[in-house]
Design a binder for this molecule. Sequence first.
Ligand SMILES: [Zn+2]
Length: 689
Amino acid sequence: MGSTASTPAGPVEAAQRAEQLRALVRYHQHRYYALDDPEIGDQEFDALFNELRALEATYPDLHTPDSPTQRVGGYVADRFEKTRHPAPMLSLANAFSPEDLRAWRDRLHRLLSEEERGRLAYVVEPKFDGLTVVLHYADGIFTLGATRGDGENGETITANLRTVRSLPLHLPADQRSPLAPPARLVVRGEAYVDKADFERFNARQAEAGERAYANPRNFAAGSLRQLDSGITAGRPLKIWVYQALIVEGGPALPSHWESLAYLRDLGLPVCPDIRRFTDDDFDALAAYVDAFGRRRHELPYEVDGIVIKVDSLGMQAELGFTGKDPRWALAYKYAGEEAVTTLLDIVVNVGRTGAVTPNAVLEPVQVSGVVVKSATLHNEDYIRDLDIRIGDKVVIKRAGEVIPKVLRPLPELRTGEEREWTMPETCPVCGAALVRPPGEAATYCVNNACPEQLVRAVEYFVGREAMDIAGFGIKQAELFVAQGYIHDLADIYELPWDDIRALEGYGDKRVDNLRAGVEASKERPIHRLLTALGIRFVGAVVAELITQHYHSLLDLMAATPEALNEIEGIGPKIAESVREYFSVDSNRALIEKFARLDVRVAEEAPAAPVGAQPLAGFTFVVTGTLPTFSRDEAHDFIKAHGGKVAGSVSGKTSYLVAGESAGSKLDKARQLGVPVIDEAELRALAGEA
Ligand SMILES: [Zn+2]
């Protein structure tokens, strides 16, 4: 398949072609995003998509609200309108143990007749930890989407939801399906971000000096509540649909399980981890709930428990509510993840950039089998916004391997003895005044001579990503700074080795090895030294980009922000940060000191490749795992053939070279219409057989 049609001769042909293209694009989007089973390559898909976009641009009348081209976003709202939900959104009663689960079942047995008990069955589904949304379809067309809001009224975020790729704008999503769309359909679902996509996004944000999100849930919520849907379109949002609220003009659906099957048949994304159990099989249900709890950290999406519902909608109606909680549903929360303990104190730690982070000192408590004594509190605003006070009982969470964090205080347990906390005015290590730059969440110790900053800076300098000095870590950094051997980073190359031999635990062999490691690091490529300096926003990727253009750090010192900004992948924020760094005299002196101590600060520009330069004039971004090239080899290959390499996809990117497990860069390329090629196609472009 592919797009072979020539430009339509007139409006009628154009309308026919647009209809055909919309159907094709929808079909392939559904295969790709909902079924994860694409039939055509990215390039073919892009060709269809771009042809449709071009047609709609030429004939604006052809532009329909459900056109797949709407997914690129671009609608900017002043504020969100309110939508009244057709039925109030529910809260669920909680269960925390297998005993609670059985007690709930016993209660159902008492409330139901013997005949009903014989038909009793349950649906078990993950309790997704995202943002609840309500989606409205009229005659199969997605017309309105809203947040949960206060349960009765939500915020209308239709334009933003249109950008979520796994959400069909048109039902049935597969145009070949024989199903007729219902006249009216309202469903409930959860918008979320996969854990891996979240990590990738945050890593990029951190490197670019942008705000990082605390967890996938906040990220999903923040992304959906953007007034500019163009921003939402750039976020890796997904949706699971898990409840039919209203079905008019559709089949009779007597049970939750059947309604889920119907939603799935219409092409709505229904999570495959949903199960049905009969009442006779309640032991199997309990075993499933238990097993799900043990594997929940391995799921690609975040859950905060599992929900068990009575399957029959008739029985649901009969069982009704106690207060706000339906009797027919239960949220099972897994033990261990969260715990309540006392916040004994808040202390601040100084990092290598001087950023000062508040940390919680906790009454030790067991969480998921580990004793937790401290937890992160992120920054000053986090503590103030949640009104966390010293002495509070706080809920802490430890999930997987991440650092435990304080989720919230329990103000209802306050005794009146609790104390509010404020960020200290001076650095706890060096006593210098702390500064919080306007518009930033972080507070900094701006004293360049702060010993704690120096220890952290040395630790970073010698680390894997940077100068990679074996045997040199935080212990050595602390010791050598404390001994007065290191006052700036270049002192690492002037360590008094004879004195070190006299220190306890530093025998000849150990010192010789350490010294050899330090000597060897002098020859590292200059992008590593640039990374090691720890300039804000200049991580390993950015440093490599810069040193493709500046082959000497001495030249880089003299570069203007404008010149840096010219480099593909270097934005104004990074350029300004580099300028600021080199505007400080002591930093310039540091580079000169490195040069004097024979640390490589310049390298020869790569020899101009001889022969044909078939990739000249093209800029490439490489992502995912390629079949034979490593990332570096692919970069070298592109450069050797005259092409340029960039770190992120933008309008200036000519091609995205994508391998296995390509992530957000692939999404970005699709949105921007950047052609996506594989390794073989790259080789072919470069003229290799
Ligand atoms: Zn300090």
